[in-house]
Design a protein around this ligand. Structure first.
Ligand SMILES: NC(=O)C1=CN([C@@H]2O[C@H](COP(=O)(O)OP(=O)(O)OC[C@H]3O[C@@H](n4cnc5c(N)ncnc54)[C@H](OP(=O)(O)O)[C@@H]3O)[C@@H](O)[C@H]2O)C=CC1
Ligand SMILES: O=C([O-])CC(=O)C(=O)O
Length: 270
């Protein structure tokens, strides 16, 4: 029996996941989709060869083995509670929601008490394998430096609240520096990866810097980690999703790869 996947959020990442299942890249069945905009869900279904059904959250959870959240940080509490309370496995893309440590602990405890599992893909960054290994020892410092084109940062709460004029920039400009928890609230659709680093490092503080650069065409994430193991530095220059420039294509690929790892008998990497 193929793994039954229910998808919440039919945007840039959701559409790539659906396409990967539809084309057989992931050996699974897309059992249902939902989106708070019914037209978005219907358009995605229309684009698929193997049609699936549009469902509300309760029905989607009932039909699924794995529920994939690819919607928004705001969607995470309801999706996580519904999926885990029903004993279903859960993948979370809007990881920034888990910077709310009360929610994180509730999700962890729900997963444990219902013998379920929560998957947090690497998303748009590299280096989580080494960070997870490093965590077995002492980690000294974690830094994330994210640089995006203003088109990928527009509309973020931090930009609006501080009235940052992105159009006036002529070169790379640091617009934010703060903790992972501050960063995911300030840029909920830009630096979910900061929360992923924070959790992978064992709730170790992450210094997050965000740069806007009108001349950059990639979403760049640079990570530096120091600890007992030594030091590593990684840089990813991501192709932005054509449908949503805030989101890197690699984030969708990482969700697809995580789904594949659920169904593959051999697991490679930390
Ligand atoms: N972990 C990582 O590395 C990364 C995580 N992300 C995060 O993953 C999530 C998905 O990204 P992406 O696909 O690019 O986002 P998109 O905005 O392209 O797609 C999200 C879709 O979900 C819909 N949606 C939003 N809230 C809800 C809800 N409560 N219930 C149902 N549907 C909802 C949106 O509708 P509408 O547009 O009408 O609001 C939209 O159709 C985002 O939170 C994003 O920030 C993105 C990149 C990397
Ligand atoms: O896709 C990216 O480059 C990262 C991103 O938006 C996020 O972590 O929210």
């Amino acid at each position: 029996m193929p793994l039954k996947v229910g998808l919440v959020g039919c945007g840039a990442i959701g559409a790539e996941i659906a396409k990967a299942i539809d084309s057989g890249v992931v050996d699974a069945e897309l059992i249902a989709v939902c989106d708070h905009n019914p037209q978005t869900a219907l358009a995605l279904i229309e684009s698929l060869q193997h049609k699936t059904k549009k469902a509300d959250l309760a029905e989607l959870v009932r039909l699924s083995d794995v529920v994939v959240e690819a919607a928004s940080q705001k969607a995470v509490p309801a999706v996580a509670r519904a999926a885990l309370a029903a004993g279903k496995r859960l993948m979370i893309m809007s990881v920034g929601a888990l910077a709310d440590m009360d929610l994180f602990r509730e999700i962890k405890s729900l997963a444990k008490s219902h013998c379920s599992q929560v998957y947090i893909p690497s998303g748009a960054i590299s280096g989580l394998d080494a960070l997870k290994s490093a965590r077995a020892g002492r980690i000294e410092r974690v830094t994330l430096t994210t640089t995006k084109n203003p088109s990928g940062l527009r509309g973020a709460p931090y930009i609006m609240e501080n009235r940052i004029d992105l159009d006036s920039l002529s070169g790379p400009t640091q617009i934010f520096s703060g903790s992972a928890i501050e960063a995911v609230r300030a840029f909920p659709a830009n630096v979910n990866v900061a929360a992923t680093l924070y959790l992978a490092a064992g709730e170790k503080e992450v210094l997050v810097k965000v740069f806007a650069d009108p001349n950059i065409r990639v979403n760049r994430h640079e990570i530096e980690v120091e600890g007992d193991f030594g030091r590593f530095f990684t840089r990813v220059e991501n192709v932005p999703s054509p449908r949503n420039p805030k989101t890197s294509y690699l984030a969708a690929l990482s969700a697809i790869s995580t789904l594949r790892s659920i169904v593959e008998p051999i697991k490679i990497g930390t």
